[in-house]
Design a protein around this ligand. Structure first.
Ligand SMILES: Cc1cc2nc3c(=O)[nH]c(=O)nc-3n(C[C@H](O)[C@H](O)[C@H](O)COP(=O)(O)O)c2cc1C
Length: 185
């Protein structure tokens, strides 16, 4: 798949088949992701993998509980409360696997990790795997409870969680707003 095609066809996928995604596939995608540029070539990224369906299910429950606790009536998230509370709503969209992106102790440029994450999304698309960054997981992910559950060492800072799986179908591309050029010289 050409890069331009992958860029146009990548979409956040929110419905997955039950087909698993194995560790080697995720590691292969991450090996491509770390070809991203990094500040002073410090490669300040590290990763965690979840491929066990039982752990995906239990983590999903923890994320949902934390998310609902965090939504106060005056929070900007308040309008999502009813949706999130519903048993039908899956924060992890039924994906079979997820990758957690971290900054490494002492080398942690969050920009490096974001660049690697974007490369990961495109590499996955090229292999017909769907992805979605789950910002709703952030509150839980950055909590001590998540460190205990995931079992990663001190000093690593989780930046985000991206679900991965085989899409039930590819969503239509979403139109973007017109380019905004704030200066031209
Ligand atoms: C930082 C970040 C957080 C996001 N959090 C969520 C989320 O919690 N749940 C979700 O379903 N989609 C989430 N998304 C996906 C966005 O909604 C999606 O990228 C956006 O609507 C554009 O659609 P596209 O990715 O299909 O082009 C997130 C995306 C980003 C970059």
């Amino acid at each position: 798949m050409e890069l331009q095609v992958a860029l146009r066809a990548r979409r956040s996928v929110r419905a997955y088949s039950r087909q698993p995604v194995d560790r080697d596939t995720l590691v292969g995608l991450l090996e491509l992701a770390v070809l991203a540029p990094s500040s002073m070539n410090r490669q300040g990224w590290a990763f965690g993998l979840i491929t066990d369906p039982a752990r995906m299910a239990s983590i999903e429950i923890m994320i949902k509980e934390q998310l609902l606790q965090q939504i106060t009536p005056d929070s900007p998230m308040a309008r999502y409360r009813e949706t999130i509370e519903s048993d039908e709503y899956s924060v992890l969209h039924g994906a079979p696997a997820a990758v957690v992106f971290f900054t490494r102790p002492g080398a942690g440029s969050t920009i490096d990790v974001h660049l690697a994450a974007m490369a990961f999304l495109l590499a996955a698309r090229e292999q017909e795997l769907g992805t979605c960054w789950i910002g709703f997981a952030d509150g839980w992910l950055k909590s001590p409870a998540a460190q205990a559950e995931l079992g990663y060492p001190d000093g690593y800072a989780p930046l985000g969680l991206i679900i991965v799986g085989h899409p039930q179908s590819w969503p239509e591309s979403k139109p973007r707003e017109p380019l905004e050029l704030v200066f031209e010289l």
